[in-house]
Design a protein around this ligand. Sequence first.
Ligand code: FES
Length: 106
Amino acid sequence: NTITFIQPSGAPAIVTVEPGTSLMRAAVTNGVDGIVGECGGQAMCATCHIYVRPEFAGALPAISDDEEEMLDCTTAERTDRSRLGCQVKACTELDGIVVDVPSDQV
Ligand code: FES
């Protein structure tokens, strides 16, 4: 599956990962700036905050209570496109997903 991370500068980073890989892990292992994943994917740090492009919103998993709480603690402003990268996993439905990296995070 491919995932495109768009930096605040507009520069895209396209990475390819196995299905089931979280967007946070995909970014960290491929050296994408702005996604730190400090808590290791436990929905406890919000350093993996991303903005998902609206065209993929329908295929996203539901937001858990833990994610909901952390999304209120993000460095960059929370929007209706905000998700934690560690809680969204690559899958067929989300193949080619495009997400924006928040500018305050880089
Ligand atoms: Fe910590 Fe996602 S990696 S909340």
